[in-house]
Design a binder for this molecule. Structure first.
Ligand code: BYC
Length: 474
């Protein structure tokens, strides 16, 4: 029976003419569907969800809205439109034509980058699997599912690269993407943050604000790659990533708004009274922010990394907005300031910029994280509440890099292990915090209704009202 590939798998990679790729995808797709059923959104296979589906990369093609059952979502394969005559913008190959095939000498490094990126996508779906059961509104439920199907599509994007360009070992890596699982003690996901649970919606909003933002920066660096198919894939993925961070930023904003409203109504900042009134007090929110920010900082890797230097020199992974940076794009003699622990303090040292490429990306990320934080603080100020949320010091609670194993307070002081043990519960979410937030997570599924702890959004989706039936249950 002949299959209409562009119908079943919307794509702009000429799938219907590529028999080898078709066969590889046909072998992989049933395993993906099984994985979705077993580890995708729990109990939601039958729901009709008002989703956006990308069916082409044109402006009118990537945002088609309509009710879809998630297993019927058309996970497509899209690369941004090629740039004629594109040249490699950095590293030893700067100025040479971008590669349309995998350069043999960089094959394993490139595969490793693609596998690491790809691994995060199904990991996040696994992490968010149970959240649908406790959604604060239909609007939020729909956004969760939208993110889940797009993370699924991002996995397809990386699997496409592996299957189309890496032969047999690429196919083996594509299979392994569905065999590792978030938090699995035997076969965990590759990067730390993707093995942390996302047990409730507060964790989820902070994850989509902080951890998806790592995704933005990593994808933007890979979008500079000399390997053109990877660059173009990541460019298109970035268009979808923006919505994920929007969900995170506005989700946290709505929590803040609701808490501040109740603080004003009750004229109190007493956490106990606020919790009794069913909202998340701001010091607790701060502790959760500390956690999600610090595990997301770890995702940038070591401060000084020979891997990072090699990826740059060989033209595989660039810097954020590489082509807009005014320098030699080779970093032969350049330096970059890097914070390191020295005795009992943290000092800043000039290090070779090539080795500090991960740190530079982390710096870009930190600046971006502050933007949303400032908007959250403006909201708090608007309500006349005298609390300022802050990002902890970059050395706080790190498990990767020079600060792993060093105890650092949120304000950047190196403290003893005893001090840390004594104060950690003021700095990081406690079991009671988790239990309290979990107690708030009662599902709200009536159209237009919101849970007690979150304000309604400012507007609905794609011009629909807030009370629209974004998810229909059966
Ligand atoms: N956890 O030299 P280093 C997203 C390992 S998020 C565990 O610094 P490198 C998304 C490292 O593998 C974006 N291990 O490494 C968001 C290495 O291992 P080996 C995902 C870690 O390679 C939300 C060793 O430590 N994309 O898209 O310079 C929802 C030495 O480290 C960690 C990418 O990450 C960690 N956090 O830097 C959905 C882009 N960090 O060699 C999706 C691709 C480091 O000793 N990946 N290690 O065995 C990369 O560019 C790099 O792999 C990293 C690490 C920047 C992550």
């Amino acid at each position: 029976m002949s299959v209409n590939y562009s119908e079943r798998i919307p794509n702009n990679v000429g799938l219907s003419e590529n028999r080898r790729l078709q066969r590889a995808l046909e072998a992989w797709q049933p395993n993906y569907m099984r994985w979705w059923q077993e580890l995708g959104p729990e109990g939601a296979l039958d729901y009709d969800v008002y989703l956006r589906t990308a069916i082409s990369v044109e402006t009118d093609g990537w945002a088609n809205f309509g009710y879809v059952k998630m297993p019927d979502y058309r996970w497509g394969i899209f690369l941004a439109t090629p740039e004629a005559g594109r040249a490699i913008a950095f590293g030893d190959h700067r100025g040479e034509p971008a590669w349309q095939e995998v350069p043999g000498e960089y094959r394993s490094a490139l595969r490793r980058l693609i596998v690491t990126q790809g691994d995060t996508e199904p990991a996040s779906v696994e992490q968010q699997r149970h959240l649908g059961r406790t959604c604060p509104s239909l609007y939020d439920l729909r956004n969760l599912f939208q993110i889940n199907v797009e993370e699924g599509r991002h996995l397809w994007a990386m699997v496409y690269l592996l299957q189309a360009y890496f032969g047999r070992d690429g196919r083996a890596e594509a299979d392994a993407m569905l065999e590792r699982h978030s938090g699995d003690p035997d076969k965990p996901r590759i990067l730390g943050a993707f093995n942390e649970p996302t047990p409730h919606w507060l964790a989820y909003f902070l994850f989509t604000y902080f951890t998806d933002r790592d995704g933005k920066y990593q994808l933007a660096s890979l979008a500079e790659s000399g390997f053109d198919p990877l660059a173009r894939t990541c460019q298109f993925m970035l268009t979808e990533e923006a919505h994920h961070m929007f969900v995170g930023e506005t989700g946290v904003m709505r929590i803040i708004q609701r808490t501040c409203e109740v603080m004003r109504e009750l004229r109190t900042d007493d956490p106990e009274r606020l919790r009794a009134a069913g909202v998340i007090d701001l010091p607790m929110l701060q502790r959760f922010m500390h956690f999600h920010y610090s595990v997301s900082l770890d995702l940038f890797g070591q401060e000084l990394s020979t891997n990072g230097a090699t990826y740059f020199t060989t033209g595989l992974k660039g810097r954020y907005h590489e082509t807009r940076i005014a320098d030699d794009h080779r970093l032969t003699n350049a330096t970059w300031p890097v914070s390191v622990p020295q005795a009992s303090t943290i000092v800043c040292e000039e290090q070779p910029a090539l080795l500090a490429i991960n740190e530079r990306l982390r710096d870009d990320y930190i600046v971006d994280c502050r933007r949303g934080l400032n908007r959250w603080n403006k909201e708090i100020e608007k309500h006349g509440v005298d609390i300022v949320l802050t990002l902890p010091h970059r050395a706080f609670h790190r498990r990767i890099g020079v600060f792993a194993g060093v105890h650092v307070s949120p304000d950047g002081r190196i403290v003893t292990a005893d001090d840390w043990a004594g104060q950690a519960q003021q700095w990081l979410p406690t079991q009671e915090d988790h239990a309290f937030v979990a107690s708030l997570m009662q599902p709200v599924t009536a159209s237009g209704q919101m849970a007690s702890w979150i304000a309604p959004p400012w507007r609905g989706i794609h011009g629909r009202p807030i009370e629209y039936e974004y998810v229909k249950f059966h």
